[in-house]
Write a protein that binds this ligand. Structure first.
Ligand SMILES: *Cc1c(COP(=O)(O)O)cnc(C)c1O
Length: 458
């Protein structure tokens, strides 16, 4: 009998699913199946955790304490709703309330704002919260398209799309990678967006938040800063301060520059927004909300308050040094004339080396982990095979590396890409460089990195 093609539809790579199936077919023992999972986790820890130079921009190592809290007993307890005995459905949440209240207060301190929410699993849900709370189906919103750094959460195929919004692109200057403010003013005055949501996954320079907010204020439009990537830089005072520049809501991912457990954070100042936002969080988007993650987030916020300014400044200095070192070695980097970056990211144009997909996988064979990225000039047809490569300096900074070390890392990359050396031979040198570096700094476990020469106790 002929099968309907839809019956075979599989979104995952069928070869990798077949490998998992083969493991399960090889034995009838559930214990052995569990063991196979644990072994894959261990292989990852040995490779990505100990032997790779991880340059993924949306990834951050957590401190030992934050990581340990993710396995704490409190994570097996159920809590839903708002903090406090009357607000909760379940009894027995006394200590959970203490942890959650500390998390909220620490986030408010870290971001210097009046309100914070800690319950979302990711900032994809943070953005959905904003769309649910502050827009109606049919409203017009303006957001950034992906080739300029925009994120699907603010586009038709993401949360914004599920809300049935009319999405209009924020105009960008493709050379300077900046919002084209004149074009934005013209278009915005024409379509009068209810919200402008700027969420940049490719983020090199601060945005003109004040100017854009002033324009849309003419008809009561609200500016939302989706700071998934920049949250740590913002908390550390090293990028821009959207809530003081006109943004009414800041959303952020705790697992990116903020260097905590993967979580969504929502920050705001206006008491009038508290009810719509928190009612969208509970009971619309979360019920139980992983209190282990909340505890870990609270400690990560305390680390940011203590170490954030210096840690985030070093992340930016390292990114600028990495951009310069790559350019010097013949790897074209965007925004060279502007000093490459003011964030944790560096964007290389690797078209001449085979494009982002090919290059990212070749580098991964040398234990250098990065991701392909769309850059201006890429067409929708290039979606899977874009020209860019995005690099981030979060993990290498938390390992204690400084500007001078960026030349070493750029050198490894140039050997693979420019000199055409076999990735396997570069990998040996990458491992020699990485294996002695196994401690994460800028936290209460390990204090400041030795290279900073700071003497005070952690
Ligand atoms: C990563 C990212 C998100 C999604 O964040 P998660 O925490 O992974 O859900 C949303 N917006 C932007 C701009 C991002 O870069």
């Amino acid at each position: 009998m002929e099968q309907h093609p839809a019956a075979n539809f599989e979104v995952h790579d069928p070869t990798i699913l077949a490998q998992a199936r083969a493991i399960m077919d090889a034995t009838e023992s559930p214990r052995a199946w569990a063991q196979a999972v644990i072994e894959a986790v261990t292989r990852n820890e040995e490779w990505r955790g100990r032997r790779c130079i991880n340059l993924l921009a949306p990834e951050a190592p957590t401190s030992p304490t934050v990581r340990a809290l993710l396995a704490s007993e409190i994570g097996t307890r159920a809590a839903e709703g708002h903090i406090g005995r009357v607000n909760r459905w379940f009894a027995g949440t006394r200590h959970i309330d203490e942890v959650e209240a500390l998390c909220v207060e620490l986030l408010k301190t870290a971001f210097r704002c009046r309100y914070a929410d800690h319950r979302l699993m990711g900032s994809m849900l943070g953005n959905l919260t904003v769309y649910h709370a502050l827009s109606q189906p049919g409203d017009t919103v303006m957001t950034a398209a992906q080739p300029f750094g925009g994120h699907s959460s603010n586009r038709l195929d993401g949360p914004a799309g599920t809300r049935g919004l009319n999405i209009v692109d924020v105009p960008f200057d493709p050379v300077e990678l900046e919002v084209d403010l004149d074009a934005f003013a013209r278009l915005a005055r024409q379509v009068k967006p209810k919200l402008v949501v700027m969420g940049m996954s490719m983020t090199l320079f601060p945005l003109p938040v004040q100017q854009m907010s002033d324009i849309i204020a003419e008809w009561g439009g609200k500016f939302i800063f989706d700071g998934a990537h920049q949250a740590g830089l913002i908390a550390g005072g090293q990028f821009q301060d959207p809530l003081n520049e006109g943004a009414v809501v800041l959303t952020g991912s705790a697992g990116k520059t903020f260097s905590g457990p993967q979580s969504g954070m929502i920050l705001w100042n206006d008491p009038a927004l508290t009810q719509p936002l928190t009612e969208a969080i509970f009971p619309v988007l979360v019920a139980t909300h992983q209190v282990n993650r909340v505890a870990a987030l609270a400690v990560a916020a305390a680390e940011m308050i203590e170490y954030g300014a210096v840690y985030m400044a070093q992340i930016v200095k390292n990114a600028q040094a990495l951009g310069r070192a790559l350019a010097e070695r013949g790897i074209p980097v965007l925004a060279e004339a502007r000093g490459f970056t003011r964030s944790h990211q560096v964007i290389a144009n690797v078209r001449q080396f085979g494009g982002g997909l090919e290059v990212a996988h070749r580098l991964a064979e040398a234990n250098l982990i990065a991701n392909k990225n769309l850059i201006p000039g890429d067409k929708p047809a290039d979606w899977d095979r874009p020209s860019g490569l995005r690099l981030g300096t979060i993990e290498i900074t938390r390992l204690g590396l400084m500007e001078a070390d960026m030349a070493t890392i750029a050198g490894f990359m140039a050997r693979v890409l420019v000199e055409g050396e076999e990735p396997a031979s570069v990998r040996r040198d990458v491992e020699d460089f990485r294996l002695p570096l196994q401690d994460f700094y800028y936290n209460f476990d390990n204090g400041w990195p030795p290279a900073l020469g700071k003497t005070e106790a952690a």
